[in-house]
Design a protein around this ligand. Sequence first.
Ligand code: ADP
Length: 405
Amino acid sequence: MTKVCIALNAGSSSLKFQIFEADAANERSIVFRGLFERLGGPARFTVKGEDGKQLDETSWQDSDSFGHEKALLHLIAWLQAHKGDRELAAIGHRIVHGGAFYDGPVIIDDNVIANLESLTPLAPLHQPYNLEPVRIVRKRLPKIPQIACFDTSFHATQPEVATTFALPREIRERGVRRYGFHGLSYEYIASVLQEHDPALARGRVVVAHLGSGASLCALDHGRSIATTMGLSALDGIPMGTRCGSIDPGAVFFMIRELGLSADAAEKMLYTKAGLLGVSGLSNDMRVLREAAPTNPDARRAIDLFIYRIRREIGSLTAALGGLDGLIFTAGIGENDVATRAEVVNGLAWTGLQLDEGANTRRGPKISRGSGPSAWIIPTNEELVIARQMRRVIADKLQPAAAARA
Ligand code: ADP
């Protein structure tokens, strides 16, 4: 009987999964991978096999209100029907916020769930969706161990000066500090830098994770020393629907002078700001790029996004004491040729020089000359969940077997 594990990445309307063998020699060999999209609406399930070929596709009508619970039960039933002689050994979850509780993956128990629930106000757009599959599995498959893998834990290496807000001690002691997110993505990038450029893996690197959520991270010798997100996933550069850094005074103005409640202001900053808010059109970079030539608001949103990224790269370069490389990843970073060109062309002062042809051909290296290098590296958060799960299984769940091996 071969043991398999599921790596789950649950968002507000999607559930991505990878199913892999716990003991596979090649960590990249995936038995099945797929996703549920448009959960809560006309959901769609697609799954691919080891060779990348699509094995199944199912769609549901809007009226079925197909949410996370139904999706997870569908996945478990699908796996049951297709697993052959494989046995489900564990399920790992991407959890956005581990707060000050966890600096690495943990086996989930009641205490862990209570700790993670207490962090929901710091990640209202993510934490509840991350925790929902955890609860469903505990109810339906209580014997299956579950492992939490955190977006915050990679940033535990940041120095205190990078994580401290200039606030009185009694507030700081309540955990009000910068944590940082997208850690599973940054951990993946740090782990593969060696394959691309061994010197860079030991150097000063800024990684730009530009997806619906977006942040940047400064890596020194592959360790996070600073990042643009903070206590919550609102800080840093503008995102699809989130505002990024704004003067906290603007929030008080909206509450006192514009009459928004704290809840309404929070909802607006998470769901109606960013590219969507500035363009008044869309949170989707593809839509904005298409509209930009004739729509000044779409152009304004893109210009602000690029400007803020460049400024943050300047700030992270200062934190690193110089720049050896810049990496683009996630939906926009991996796919949008124009965003990469606009960012790099605005950073000539660092010595970065864009190789236009390589940028259009999707790299991986997109710079030329003797200055810092620029790269496109597709991220793989599920692989990091799988790695962390294998580690926890070997250390905590099967330590005797691991010692014998
Ligand atoms: P998340 O996983 O955080 O939901 P993604 O990493 O999938 O987000 O990134 C979504 C973003 O990537 C959207 O703004 C989308 O427009 C952008 N994107 C995806 N493909 C392309 C493309 N070919 N060109 C430009 N932008 C793209």
